[in-house]
Design a protein around this ligand. Sequence first.
Ligand code: RTP
Ligand code: MG
Length: 140
Amino acid sequence: MERTLTILKPDCVRKQLIGAVIDKIERAGFRVVAMKKTRLTQATAGEFYAVHRERPFYGELVEFMSSGPCVPMILEKENAVADFRTLIGATDPAQADEGTVRKLYADSKGENIVHGSDSAENAAVEAGFFFSAEEVVRVD
Ligand code: RTP
Ligand code: MG
């Protein structure tokens, strides 16, 4: 079993799509291991996406990710990292495959509904960013 870290981004929460997106995630075979609603500050959003610090969209990304509540989750499934990125589709919804979360719900490349870890190693680091050990114990 592999784990990935997702964030239902502030646009997802504002558009009242939390349930719709979690429905897609569960139907695709992912187990929700941990979940919370929280709000990133500019500092924590900047830290989470620090890898993009030099990119032209970094300021906009930090602004957006701290603009309202979000819902981080740890998900578990075989091949979770790659399968989740397939489920959500390309970064830019205009480039995303039909039926993917971003194609269905995202407005733009910047405001694209969900985050998905890009490797199992980063998933573990990102999970630690949001969740303590007690919060990731599966009880089902
Ligand atoms: P994520 O990390 O959020 O799962 O998205 P990703 O791997 O598909 O894309 P990445 O290249 O890691 O970019 C991180 C997030 O930055 C915003 N972005 N905006 N305006 C732009 O050109 C642009 N490019 C990226 C998006 O919110 C993207 O998900
Ligand atoms: Mg990424």
